[in-house]
Ligand binder design. Structure first.
Ligand code: 13P
Ligand code: SF4
Length: 304
């Protein structure tokens, strides 16, 4: 059944000139037929270079918006219209505007995992893998970091000369992991390396052997000589690694590391979006496109 749907997807993509883009937290059966896979920002960068004029995205809304912002001439369809991200959507842009009024000298740094509306009121974006580099290159000493206080805290610890004001927000999936989970996992798997995403709380990050974005964790595990790992990010990453490297051992740091927003998209949703009977086209006004693109361009400029 899965194979049949996958074959239909492959044929339809070709027939309709569609590029299928999927975040690494998606199910394997979706990733197997995706043309582009990766972490949040990499998806939009790679989609920009794709020759197809239509992109179907299996992931969450802010990722589809990210693709649209970098590829304004492409038609971008979010495979499941209800696939949102509570972290990306948790701040009303008005509250950031208010902060700006009160602190006109503080740049607003936005994690790329935010809505286009929120990006539009910020000064520079960062990804989980570039945050330290980008913040270190900002001329200002003091700033506001939104929306993930855990990633913000991680950056602050790497850059003690900066003063990073944090917003009390974050990813409930990663932030749900506790130090107790680390102690238990270390006890169950002594000798395994602990790889965690910086969206985890500081008490968890402090125990890590490696801290990095989704792709950085995948890359680290692939290249490491070690053969046993505890994975502190969404469950699918442990599954993909187990599948890719059958001789290595991967354990989930906690069973709580499952993102329901990422899991809402099924292979059938992807099929319907490609067939034109499902999904939702991402439409952003010209003004929003212009304003939300600005902090992304700033990130690209500072990252060079
Ligand atoms: P990255 O894929 O950029 O590491 O972000 C993690 C995440 O939570 C995506 O939803
Ligand atoms: Fe959002 Fe889920 Fe990613 Fe957390 S894991 S940032 S809730 S999409």
């Amino acid at each position: 059944m899965i194979r049949e749907i996958q074959d239909k997807i492959i044929a339809l993509k070709k027939e309709k000139n569609i590029c299928l883009v999927a975040h690494t937290y998606q199910a394997s059966e979706i990733l197997e037929v995706a043309d582009i896979k990766g972490d949040s920002f990499v998806l939009s960068q790679k989609a920009q270079l794709a020759p197809e004029s239509t992109v179907v995205l299996a992931g969450v809304r802010f990722m589809a918006e990210g693709v649209k912002l970098l590829s304004p001439d492409k038609k971008v369809i979010l495979a499941h219209p209800d696939a949102g991200c509570p972290m990306a959507e948790q701040i009303a842009p008005e509250r950031v505007r208010q902060y700006k009024k009160e602190h006109p000298d503080h740049p607003i740094v936005a994690y790329i995992n935010t809505t286009a509306e929120l990006k539009a009121v910020c000064d520079v974006c960062v990804t989980s893998s570039t945050a330290v580099k980008i913040v270190s290159r900002l001329p200002e000493k003091e700033m506001l970091f939104i929306p993930d206080c855990n990633l913000g805290d991680y950056v602050q610890r790497q850059l003690p000369d900066k003063k990073i004001n944090l917003w009390l927000g974050g990813c409930h999936v990663h932030a749900g992991v506790t130090e107790r989970d680390v102690i238990n996992a270390r006890k169950d798997h002594p000798g395994a390396l602990l790889l965690v995403h910086p969206e985890c709380v500081p008490e968890v990050v402090a125990h890590a052997d490696f801290v990095g974005s989704t792709s950085a964790i995948l890359e680290f595990a692939a290249q490491s000589d070690a053969n046993e790992f505890i994975i502190g990010t969404e469950m699918s990453i442990s599954e993909h690694l187990t599948y890719q490297f059958p001789d290595k051992h991967f354990h989930m740091l906690s069973k709580k590391l499952v993102c329901p927003n990422m899991k809402i998209t099924s292979l059938m949703d992807v099929y319907r979006a490609i067939a034109g009977t499902g999904g939702e086209e991402i439409i952003l006004s010209d003004e929003l496109m212009r304003d939300a693109r600005r902090p992304i361009d700033k990130m690209i400029e500072l990252g060079q």
